[in-house]
Design a protein around this ligand. Structure first.
Ligand code: SAH
Length: 455
């Protein structure tokens, strides 16, 4: 077998895609992962990195083009990883995602017979993100905004982020210019010096209310109120300017400490006709239109009835449970971030829903408390972060004996792992519906309806 070595050049056929959308070619069965290469393309490559099980290659020249290739708007969108699928036509992106889910259902869940439905996509699959988290660094001797080059912390000075609400893209530049004008010092990551680390901006899709969060290394903020005032003056949609302090040398963007610089402490937006308050620390789905499609799918799968007792686990600000609370008997929500639970409680009041109970804590713990209190849910919704469900959560949720479990997942690999565990505990997935919340990226969201198997 030929050994693949660094700096060697080859002409290869791409025969597959990784879950991150990299092209895969094989040399004597040894896989090489290649950016910006699609199945059925013939490419000249140079090997840039080798490992024991695979290597990375770079395209030198494309000999043939896939019929699914589309012109890349800006190479920085691939280089930065902002839009790693932006060289694929959208129909092909959706087929790729369906295939990825099908693969994990076979290989990880060992449930190949469960139908994976075609992915629900967007008519306009760009400009959808309602939130931006933008690093602020010094570039060419001035404060700059942009995005990191992939696998590095080198800033690319991007202005059009393609997948973000274009109003947010504009706001980033307006805020950047104000920060320059006030001579604010950008953060220096290597030395953990300087001041302004990140700019986080949220904009309500329906409300158009904007929140600007200035993430700083230290608390003392010279001219903070004048800067906040200038931001509000230049951007009339901004109803909230917040300082968040993060002094740690870390990749985590936000710290725990917030102080209000101008306006109010949260913004509002609507989802499925209900109004929600969103605080700086709270999770909120970044693609509002598709979040509505996702929630509606989950609600339809749940086949809710007026006497249902429902658990909304990993509830965030309460958006899933509050969407149907008026159609069931009671909703119990659990969430680990205290600010999110405060939002959820406020959201229940705003939407005049008093049949909801919220609890701060880890879902796996609180579920056990509820089991002891003999709460008997008929439906459980779960919407965990990428790492999926804790094993003891799966255990108690099955012991509680609901008729249906609706699993909303942002990571097919952990979803498939958890589905195998549920299958062993008598919960069988009926169908999987992927929803494209993250067009142009390889992220995949899916809803699964599980039913208790009658014994
Ligand atoms: N259902 C909400 C939030 C989903 S995101 C929505 O659709 O908007 C996942 C949420 O789980 C986040 O709010 C996160 O803070 C929370 N979380 C993470 N780990 C948790 C745990 N162990 N227990 C409870 N909540 C958790």
């Amino acid at each position: 077998m030929e050994t693949v070595e660094k700096n060697q050049e080859y002409t290869v056929m791409i025969d597959d895609l990784t879950h991150e959308g990299l092209g895969v070619a094989h040399i004597d069965r040894f896989p090489i992962f290649i950016e910006n290469a699609l199945p059925e393309e013939k490419v000249d490559i140079v090997v840039v990195k080798t490992g024991k099980k695979f290597a990375y290659g770079k395209v030198l020249n494309r000999v043939t083009n896939s019929q699914h290739r589309v012109p890349i708007k800006d190479m920085d969108l691939l280089r930065s990883g902002i839009a790693p699928l932006s060289h694929m036509d959208y129909g092909y992106q959706l087929a790729f995602k369906q295939e990825q889910v099908q693969r994990v259902m076979t290989k990880i869940a060992h449930l190949p017979e469960v139908p994976v439905l075609p992915v629900l996509g967007m008519d306009e699959p760009y400009g959808y993100r309602n939130k931006a988290q933008i690093p602020v660094r010094k570039l060419n001797d001035e404060l700059s905004t942009g995005f990191y080059r992939k696998n590095s912390h080198q800033l690319l000075p991007i202005e059009d982020y393609f997948i973000q609400d274009p109003v947010i893209d504009q706001a980033i530049l307006v805020v950047r210019d104000i920060l320059r004008r006030f001579k604010v010092k950008p953060y220096n990551e290597e030395e953990n010096t300087g001041f302004l680390r990140h700019l986080v901006i949220r904009r309500g899709y329906y409300s158009h209310e904007m929140m600007v969060i200035l993430v700083t290394r230290t608390a003392k903020f010279f001219q903070a109120s004048r800067i906040a005032e200038a931001i509000q003056k230049a951007l009339p949609e901004v109803v909230s300017v917040v300082q968040n302090v993060n002094s740690e040398k870390t990749n985590v963007i936000m710290g725990n400490e917030n102080s209000l610089l101008a306006g109010k402490e949260s913004i509002n937006d609507q989802l499925l006709g209900r109004t929600y308050r969103i605080s700086p620390q709270s999770f909120y789905q970044v693609n509002t239109r598709q979040a509505e499609v996702l929630y509606q799918t989950a609600i339809d799968f749940a086949e809710l009835k007026p006497d249902d007792i429902v658990i909304d686990a990993y509830c965030g600000i309460g958006t899933i449970g509050l969407s149907f609370a008026d159609r069931v008997k009671h909703v119990y929500g659990v969430e680990v971030v205290p600010e999110a639970i405060e939002d959820a409680q406020a959201n229940a009041r705003t939407n005049q829903q008093n049949n909801v109970t919220y609890q701060v804590g880890k879902a796996e713990k609180v579920m056990k408390q509820w089991a002891q209190l003999e709460i008997k849910p008929s439906v459980i919704f779960v919407d965990p972060p990428r790492k999926g469900l804790a094993e003891d959560f799966i255990q108690v949720s099955a012991e509680l004996g609901p008729d249906r479990i609706i699993y909303i997942s942002c990571n097919p690999a952990t979803l498939a792992r958890d589905l195998e565990r549920y299958e062993k505990l008598g919960y069988h997935p009926e169908k999987v519906q992927p929803v494209d919340l993250f067009p142009q990226t390889y992220h995949i969201e899916a809803v699964v309806a599980l039913k208790k198997v009658e014994q």
